[in-house]
Design a protein. Structure first.
Length: 560
């Protein structure tokens, strides 16, 4: 084992200890029992402080939020991502995780200097004309400083927190262990795919820590909206950018939530609401590439009602198939076509084997009817989509994470629009985009492209089919054709069976000791101890100790 691997293992052991301590502190020690880590429960009760009444009086969702905040950046990010996944966690946890704070004390200016020197091999004084010692914002992954380049441009410099990559990697290892144990020991957990969730989360947070990727994302958005004068994207200075440092243009604007400042500056709130919603819908339905965190703190308004987005660390992607699927779902809901909605869901293939189609049809009908009588301007599209996805969750119908992120982002954008303009109507803004998407799909060029793509797929299938059949026949001839059978739900049964066999074995051992000692007692032969035959006395003692240990173990398990 090399030194790097040894250090990583030591960090992992320390981190596991911290996680267990926090779980005990916030009253989640039972989670260890669900993960088949009962031996750590007994040890933890001796080593760690149990939760206080001030903590136990809070609900489980709030306690879990506090635990995630105490565990640090990785777990805070995990909670924030889970807040976009009502298909994975209950709604009360979704609401609570949305409150997670990503605010931490800034790291020192000396560490900023070290990080920039390590990235560029040049001291900070030679790269920048001025560099503010105090950060203007600090979060768990990075902090931001205002600076000025040697060429005179005012910029903001986003510097990654020292040692954050190592910490995140250690936490991902711990989360993967938890996910594997959950799939192995918690019944029906495979429905939510814990291992897949951790893999998806690890990809997301690793991308977010790569600031050069964020710089490319900014430029991709700028290219997608090239020529649109009412949108602005900050310039990236690549000579001062790396994986750990992002330098971009400083934007002097007004937060979209500061209505008084917008009014004072003479900006038109209604125009801003329209431009903002059109921009987001164009990102989703035209480009298939959208900002994943468009909350008011990330939206600045510049003179002339120009909108500028900040913080491009989280983005969502929709391929052509997913864009078409989303358009079809929205159209079917608007037309009250429940059968078409169910047909689209079945076609998606992301459904449980035991889907209750009758119950799904009933719930979808009630959902659509609840919106059908409302005036269009009163329908909140984001909320409607969120409620639709909540119904899908009940029936274990899975959607891609980007669709869940879209639902949350749409709720945020629509809320900003209504805050800017009380008469804001998302349906009115959405309709031309859906009509445009349908028109594009029905255009001769698009239909020809789709036909060519399908024909090419069938051609590849026909070309590969004889080879695939031959390979299957060859495997059968070589006795290498295997069929894997997966037994689901047997782990818990086997575990209980093992416990029962162990108890029966203990009972037989104790009974044998008692019977054997009684026989020796009757013979009254051999050495004497305390007036009894020594072997009989020893047998009774061993039987008593084993019996006492067995009784204590049963009482601790809480299952007699």
């Amino acid at each position: 084992m090399n030194l790097i691997q040894l250090n990583r293992n030591i960090r992992s052991i320390r981190r596991y200890r911290q996680i267990i301590r926090v779980l005990f502190k916030y009253g989640f020690d039972n989670l260890l029992e669900y993960l088949n880590l009962s031996e750590f429960v007994a040890r933890g009760r001796r080593l760690f402080r149990r939760s206080t009444p001030a903590i136990t009086n809070k609900g489980p969702a709030e306690r879990m939020r506090l635990a995630l905040e105490e565990l640090g950046p990785t777990f805070v990010k995990l909670g924030q991502i889970l807040s976009t996944r009502p298909d994975v966690i209950p709604q009360n946890f979704v609401d609570e995780f949305a409150k997670l704070q990503d605010m931490v004390p800034p790291f020192t200016y000396e560490e900023v200097q070290e990080q920039i020197l390590a990235e560029f091999g040049t001291p900070i004084e030679e790269l920048f004309a001025t560099f503010n010692l105090v950060s203007i914002a600090a979060a768990s992954i990075a902090q931001v400083h205002r600076a000025k380049l040697k060429t005179g441009e005012t910029v903001v410099v986003k510097v990654r927190r020292p040692r954050i990559v190592e910490q995140v990697e250690t936490d991902i290892d711990a989360l993967m262990v938890i996910a594997v144990l959950a799939e192995r020991h918690i019944p029906n957990s495979e429905i939510y795919d814990p291992v897949g969730l951790v893999r998806e989360f690890s990809r997301t947070i690793r991308r977010e820590m790569d600031f050069s990727r964020e710089g490319r994302t900014i430029e991709k958005f700028a290219a997608n909206f090239k020529g649109e004068q009412h949108l602005y994207f900050p310039k990236v200075y690549w000579s001062h950018t790396s994986k750990a440092v992002l330098t971009m243009e400083y934007i002097d604007g007004i937060k979209v939530s500061d209505l008084a400042a917008l009014e004072k500056a003479g900006l038109d709130r209604r125009v801003i609401a329209k431009r903002g919603s059109d921009m987001f819908l164009k990102m989703v339905l035209n480009h298939g590439f959208f900002h994943g965190d468009p909350h008011p703190g990330n939206v600045l308004i510049m003179p002339g009602n120009v909108i500028c987005l900040l913080d491009y660390g989280m983005v969502g992607r929709l391929d052509n198939h997913l864009k078409s699927y989303l358009t079809d779902i929205l159209l079917a809901i608007i037309r009250r076509d429940v059968d078409e909605v169910i047909s689209l869901l079945l076609y998606s293939g992301e459904i449980a084997d035991s889907l209750n189609t009758r119950g799904l049809r009933r719930d979808l009908s009630e959902f659509i009817d609840s919106y059908y009588e409302l005036p269009l301007q009163e329908i909140e599209v984001g909320r409607m989509l969120a409620e639709f996805l909540e119904i899908m969750t009940v029936y274990h119908i899975k959607f891609q994470p980007d669709l869940m992120l879209l639902a949350k982002s749409l709720v945020t954008v629509e809320g900003m629009g209504r805050n800017l303009d009380p008469e804001f109507d998302m349906i009115q803004h959405l309709r031309p985009f859906i009509e445009g998407a349908i028109k594009d799909r029905m255009s001769p060029r698009q239909m020809l492209g789709d036909l060519s793509s399908h024909l090419l797929g069938y051609l590849n299938l026909a070309r590969n089919l004889p080879r695939d059949i031959k390979e299957i026949l060859n495997r059968i001839n070589r006795n290498k054709f295997k069929i894997d059978l997966e037994h689901r739900g047997l782990d818990q049964f086997i575990k209980e069976l093992d416990k029962s066999i162990n108890r029966l074995s203990f009972s037989l051992i104790i009974a044998a000791l008692i019977v054997g000692s009684s026989i020796v007692m009757q013979t009254n032969k051999g050495p004497i101890m305390l007036g009894f035959p020594a072997f009989a006395f020893l047998g009774y003692t061993i039987a008593g100790v084993i019996g006492l240990y067995w009784v204590i173990a049963i009482l601790r398990s809480g299952r007699l």
